[in-house]
Design a protein around this ligand. Structure first.
Ligand SMILES: NC(=O)c1ccc[n+]([C@@H]2O[C@H](COP(=O)([O-])OP(=O)(O)OC[C@H]3O[C@@H](n4cnc5c(N)ncnc54)[C@H](O)[C@@H]3O)[C@@H](O)[C@H]2O)c1
Ligand SMILES: C[C@@H](O)[C@H](N)C(=O)O
Length: 352
């Protein structure tokens, strides 16, 4: 796994890094001088068996030490997850066990990934309220009480049809109409309240649709952009659940991991916001198909919009303005559409 990451990020020297000892005066966060070696940081990841969790865990294990990263989820771990490092069962609605794991493992940072995503949330509203809202209350209290840094990702879903869609800035109207979007706005506001009121080190990035080569997405509106590679490789046919002109912001998972870790390692005094937009590129299904066609000349794609997912996509940002993240803490994506397609194609072809 580490080899895969080393390839993506061209990392040859994965050193341990301390957030607390980063010099505040540095302006170049990529410089080796920013980092102090041999400082351990204990991280607990919730919902770690979803699309993002294992890639984050493996990257952080390379930086902070294998045994310092605790992956948790309510699901049964795969062999790959078990082999990769420490895993504990955790239902995030069980606040007592959640707190016990934080205390017993002397956790410094909680990455709260457990969630019900946009499309799935519309057919499981109560479950989405429980996991996306109630668990946030627990994790905020646990992190406040034990002085633990808290990272909860938000989403483009935190905006609705009344926000400008091209581009969508960090600060604008946030009136989403999905339970997922409502819960993300709630999380952002609660986190920022705890930061102001109690000094909690709360941080959040609003992710676009994430495209991954080693894990499958779980119930989102942007999932087509992963499914299409597997379906085309297997059958040369794909039926897309969005219209061909549905433009949405997207990012490749290695960029998401690298950017998030960089954000979390930025000294707090450098940040001007608790919550930032983050993106790489925007494209629609037709543009993705055009980029894939040279690799699969015979591919056949039809468009059969799903009413729920299409309605959601039609209210989301098309182009995300992440200029504040680029200015304040040096965010810079590495994968454009062509680069990402190349990696995805290599991956799915290698599986045949
Ligand atoms: N993947 C994306 O495109 C994307 C985009 C924007 C934001 N995000 C956010 O990033 C985070 C991670 O996303 P993801 O794509 O990995 O999600 P996912 O749906 O793939 O995984 C969510 C995980 O949460 C777990 N979970 C569900 N109920 C739980 C419970 N009661 N206790 C503990 N775990 C529980 C699930 O088992 C699953 O493994 C989420 O907060 C999501 O909103 C993801
Ligand atoms: C955008 C994001 O939050 C997720 N991929 C979803 O579609 O629900």
């Amino acid at each position: 796994m580490l080899t895969k990451f080393a390839r993506y990020f061209n990392l040859t020297n994965l050193s341990r890094i301390s957030v607390r000892t980063l010099p505040c005066s540095s302006s170049n966060l990529n410089s080796k001088a920013d980092y102090t070696t041999n400082v351990q940081k204990n991280v607990l990841i919730t919902g770690g068996l979803g699309q993002l969790g294992l890639d984050f865990a493996n990257f952080l294990r390379g930086r902070y030490g294998r045994d310092n990263i605790l992956l948790t989820d309510i699901k049964q771990p795969t062999e790959e997850a078990l082999k990769s490092g420490r895993f504990e069962h955790l239902d995030v609605l069980d606040a007592r066990r959640f707190e016990a794991l934080v205390v017993e493992n002397r956790i410094d940072l909680v990455i709260h990934f457990s969630a019900i995503l946009s499309a799935l949330g519309e057919s499981n509203v109560q479950k989405a309220i429980d996991i996306n809202i109630h668990s946030v209350h627990s994790v905020l209290e646990i992190c406040r009480k034990h002085k633990v840094q808290l990272y909860c990702p938000s989403s483009i879903a935190a905006f609705g049809s009344t926000a400008p869609r091209n581009p969508t800035p960090d600060f604008t109207v946030q009136r989403p109409r999905t339970i997922y979007g409502v819960s993300k706005v709630h999380m952002e506001l609660m986190g920022e309240y705890y930061a102001e009121k109690y000094g909690l080190d709360f941080r959040s990035l609003r992710y676009p649709g994430i495209i991954s080569s080693d894990s499958m997405p779980g119930g989102g509106t942007t999932d087509y952009a992963v499914h299409i590679f597997y379906e085309i490789a297997a059958r040369n046919k794909y039926s897309c659940f969005l219209r061909e002109d549905s433009t949405l912001p997207m990012m490749f998972l290695p960029d998401c991991v690298r950017g998030t870790v960089k954000f979390l390692e930025t000294p707090r005094e450098k940040l001007k916001q608790y919550t930032y937009n983050l993106t790489a590129v925007s494209f629609n299904p037709k543009q993705l198909v055009d980029a894939m066609r040279p690799h699969f000349p015979q591919m056949e794609v039809t468009y059969e919009p799903d009413p729920v997912k299409q309605t959601i996509a039609d209210t989301w940002p098309q182009v995300f303005d992440d200029s504040n993240a680029r200015r304040d803490w040096g965010w810079n994506h590495k994968f454009g559409l062509e680069d990402m397609v190349q990696v995805m194609v290599d991956k799915v072809k290698s599986m045949k």
